[in-house]
Design a protein. Structure first.
Length: 260
């Protein structure tokens, strides 16, 4: 009798757990799916300048160890090769090139999240974008090419975005291609610096190849590099004292974007 009661209790708990999970699943609404290639720069910018972008009650979440050590801002150059809705059909133009600025932060509850504080978009229809902070570009270029033959494969990437008021983010890099590590699917919350109550859930997996890092010191495969940023509302972030900390080639990333 006791065993039968235990079985019934276990079944009831399992059903309740499934109901809770189903509730969570129903609470999330898929917005879009994208396949992307990215290049991410981890930076240290002036703390006071970054603080001016943070909503009240939010604070930087700066790693003290590991590959992200000392980074308080990331510039992420993105080739959104495909953008599709839940029905599989293309959304808008079906692709876009952009660069955004994301800060690792703690929200007022102390939870570690990412805060989107700015960005430049090739597609004017994607500005100000879901986070309300993207600017449309007046000029934009993106080139990515790989050369193989004798010796190691080499890749060259050139990105340049500029907005009307002078905000610009540009990068040139030539590097020796390597073999990246694939991550398991993870959920990351990205919040808006303009409307801090708004966030998206990015359910993503990716292949990451760290080309250079000042903390972990992997073999340096960067052969040429230049980075220019500033102007307009970005001038105080990039005043010439910013430091480059990590050069990360994200070979591919698959993302499902969901709203809570």
């Amino acid at each position: 009798m006791r065993k039968r009661l235990q079985v019934h209790v276990w079944i009831a708990c399992a059903v309740a757990a499934l109901a809770i999970l189903a509730g969570f699943a129903q609470a999330e609404t898929m917005v879009e799916y994208s396949a992307e290639a990215r290049f991410q720069l981890d930076l240290r910018v002036p703390d006071a300048a970054l603080a001016s972008y943070l909503p009240p009650g939010w604070s930087p979440n700066i790693a003290t160890t590991g590959a992200a050590k000392d980074a308080n801002l990331r510039a992420v150059f993105i080739d959104r090769m495909t953008i599709n809705g839940p029905d599989g059909m293309p959304i808008g133009k079906g692709s876009n090139r952009l660069v955004y600025l994301a800060a690792p932060v703690k929200d007022p509850t102390g939870t570690n999240v990412q805060l989107i504080i700015g960005g430049l978009s090739e597609d004017p229809g994607y500005a100000p974008g879901p986070f309300g902070v993207y600017l449309p570009t007046t000029t934009h270029t993106m080139q990515r090419s790989t050369t193989t033959g004798n010796g190691a494969p080499m890749e060259v990437q050139d990105w340049a975005f500029a907005a009307t008021a002078g905000e610009h983010l540009e990068m040139h890099i030539r590097f020796e291609k390597g073999v990246g590590n694939k991550s398991n699917p993870t959920d990351t919350r990205f919040y808006s610096a303009k409307v801090p109550t708004f966030f998206q859930i990015s359910r993503q997996e990716q292949v990451l190849d760290i080309l250079k890092n000042v903390t972990t010191n992997p073999p340096d495969r960067v052969k040429e590099f230049s980075f220019k940023a500033g102007g307009g509302s970005y001038a105080r972030l990039f005043d010439g004292t910013e430091k480059l900390l990590s050069w990360d080639n994200i070979v591919w990333i698959h993302r499902s974007i969901l709203l809570p």
